[in-house]
Design a protein around this ligand. Structure first.
Ligand code: GLN
Length: 310
């Protein structure tokens, strides 16, 4: 049997030796204050164990990793009608790109880039206040992680709201194109706060179990999403979860994954484990540099790549 605890410890030791740790995101000023030396990794296994190494119990800003949970909830609410407002194709462009929106009449390429996630926030806002939409997202994440202690880092949310001009441009353009139903400020109030959810690697790995285990948090639990939705969200994570780095991530790691500019990555080994890794320094396309390296090592040592082989 693969000894995951030993593998995670080896990964953590190897990453501690790395001197080139990438660049911490500072376009959201509050994120720029995070210590680049941090590294944590956790795996939530099919048998219910959560195994971890490094700074795996320290909360960090999950940022765009939140997009897969918000999408799960929106698909539960609106079903396949969501796909009239957001596509399912990789963008091949940066996460905050504006360029495709005009050519595509305000329909974002997929729900995991910023424009697509803002549409998802707008779907979740229907019939609700921004506060209750945020509460719905937070409740969903708490249920998935089975942890009521998960919350929002309001300093990060305020910092992003104060400086989020590019996301405002995306939202206003989509409103003009008829693809947002609400005042862009209200939709962004949901989006900025969902991105500011703070979780540790252990909490995030537990929340990701719904994607690894066909909607379930563990054996015998009720499903939070249908198996078909879990499968499809995994497909989107594989093709779009790392923006213009998605091809490289599939090539090197071979697992559905979702990254965030806080330095977190959620990676799904279907049927085997949900893995969360955190290292705040980012590579050139805005994905955690050491997080990606750690997952490459994990995939090699476990043989968990969805493409087989080792
Ligand atoms: N909140 C961030 C933004 O909108 C999320 C981006 C990310 O994590 N890639 O810029």
């Amino acid at each position: 049997m693969t000894d995951i605890a030993a593998i995670l410890t080896r990964i953590e030791r190897a990453m501690a030796q790395e001197t080139e740790r990438g660049r911490v995101a500072d376009y959201i000023p509050e994120l720029g204050t995070v210590d680049p030396a941090r590294f944590g990794i956790a795996a939530a296994m099919a048998d219910g164990r959560v195994i971890s190494a490094g700074d795996a119990t320290l909360p960090f800003s999950i940022q765009s990793v939140s997009k897969v949970f918000a999408l799960s909830l929106a698909l539960g609410r609106l079903g396949d009608a969501c796909w009239a407002r957001v596509g399912r194709e990789p963008s091949g462009d940066p996460f905050n790109s504006i360029v495709q929106l005009e050519a595509d009449d305000g329909i974002p390429r997929n729900p995991l880039i910023n424009a697509g996630a803002i549409v998802v926030s707008d779907i979740l806002l229907a019939g609700r206040t921004p506060e209750s939409a945020v509460t719905a997202i937070l409740d969903f994440v708490r249920r998935a992680a089975e942890d009521e202690g998960i919350g929002i880092d309001t300093a990060v949310a305020t910092s992003e709201s104060d400086t989020g001009f590019r996301n405002r441009a995306l939202a206003h353009f989509m409103r003009a194109a008829g693809n947002l139903d609400h005042d862009p400020e209200e939709t962004l109030a949901v989006y900025f706060r969902q991105c500011a959810i703070a979780m540790s690697c252990e909490q995030l790995a537990r929340a990701g179990r719904i994607f690894a285990f066909a909607g379930h948090t563990g054996p015998g639990s009720d499903a939070l999403i249908t198996p078909a939705r879990a499968r499809r969200i995994n497909a989107l994570m594989l093709t779009c979860g790392h923006y213009d780095g998605s091809g490289e991530f599939a090539f090197e790691v071979g697992l559905p994954g979702k990254s965030g500019v806080g330095g977190g990555i959620l990676a799904i080994a279907p049927g085997k484990a949900s893995v969360a890794v955190w290292s705040p320094g980012l590579n050139a396309v805005g994905n955690s540099r050491l997080g990606t390296m750690a997952l490459e090592m994990l995939a090699r040592e476990t043989g968990w790549s969805v493409f087989g082989g080792v």
